[in-house]
Design a protein around this ligand. Structure first.
Ligand code: AVI
Length: 311
């Protein structure tokens, strides 16, 4: 039986003791959660990943002219090499690649794969939470820097946190930087709900896995058949919300405390904001960036934005 994880217990109790119960979305991504998320990206309903990849493949030749030569690419949240590869292959003589990720194993795979594919490229991974200020390697100082934040991970941040992140990245990328940011666009609710509540139940398993994790790491006794996954479109906030709904009145023990649930009460586990282009422009603008290019797919589901600093 794994040892009690005090951070997980603390984070979970902090959310579960609120009048409206929440759990922090970062708890979704244990080993099983990462595997389930990978499966989500392959689902027919989950258009985000394949659409973003198609955009990146499509805009390759344009990227070559829009992005500087001999640059350093800095990827925030680099758990796979696939998307960076699609950018790097179009850069003119890229000098450096700095993948930043919290997961050491994924980071080391990215380092190996990109290192093998691009001889002469300096690959310097940084194992860190990219939401905190990160000091970039001194060796990349003086190179034009291009930030890269694909996957619409920015949508998982509250707009205020997204602004803070973009501000922080602007400071660490320094003057005259560029930033490629993948954003899932606002669209009809039916399509969004299908993407976050798929027919095979993979997203449900991903959400419920959070309770399995708490049973294991926070000595909780959630009974998984007494909760269900629910995806909700919150139009006013322009976001998909994931919840776990209690199917019955029940008490759950966690970290030595008892938490009671009424039937129908939910635990809010994740937000995925869908930004209309104008709304994203405003967030970027407050953070000191200007959107200089926006590439979308023919159905306008997803956008790859190129941000620049300065007026
Ligand atoms: C990681 N992130 C961009 C995903 C999203 O679409 O918000 C996480 C996810 N949650 C449920 N399905 C996918």
């Amino acid at each position: 039986m794994p040892a009690l994880n005090a951070d997980v217990v603390g984070d979970a109790l902090m959310g579960l003791l609120q009048p409206r119960k929440t759990l922090p979305p970062k708890l979704l991504y244990d080993e099983a959660g990462c595997r389930l998320f990978e499966s989500i990206t392959q689902l027919s309903e989950y258009y985000l990943t394949r659409t973003e990849l198609a955009i990146l493949r499509d805009i390759g030749p344009t990227l070559r002219t829009a992005l500087p030569a001999r640059a350093c690419l800095v990827e925030y949240g680099a758990s796979s090499s696939v998307k960076a590869d699609l950018v790097l292959r179009h850069l003119d003589q890229p000098c450096a690649y700095v993948p930043i990720d919290i997961a050491p194993d994924a980071l080391s795979t990215v380092q190996t794969e990109i290192g093998a594919a691009y001889s002469g490229l300096a690959v310097t991974p940084i194992c860190a939470d990219f939401l905190r200020p990160v000091e970039l390697p001194a060796s990349t100082r003086g190179l034009p820097r291009i930030g890269f934040f694909p996957g619409s991970t920015i949508g998982n941040l509250e707009p205020s946190a997204a602004t803070r992140f973009l501000q922080m990245a602007r400071h660490s990328l320094e003057r005259e930087a560029l930033f490629l940011v993948g954003v899932d666009l606002r669209k009809d609710a039916g399509r969004l709900l299908a993407a976050y509540d798929d027919a095979q139940g993979v997203t449900a398993a991903f959400n419920l896995n959070l309770l399995t994790r708490l049973n294991r790491e926070a000595s909780a006794d959630f009974q998984l058949d007494r909760f269900a996954h629910r995806a909700v479109w919150n139009d006013a906030e322009s976001r998909i919300e994931m919840h776990l709904i209690s199917l019955v009145d029940q008490n759950v023990r966690i970290g030595g405390q008892h938490i009671s649930f009424a039937a129908g009460e939910t635990i809010h586990t994740e937000n995925s904001y869908k930004h209309a282009p104008g709304a994203f422009d405003r967030i970027a603008g407050i953070a000191g960036w200007r959107v200089v290019h926006r590439w979308t797919d023919p159905d306008r589901l997803f956008a790859m934005n190129l941000l620049a600093t300065g007026p």
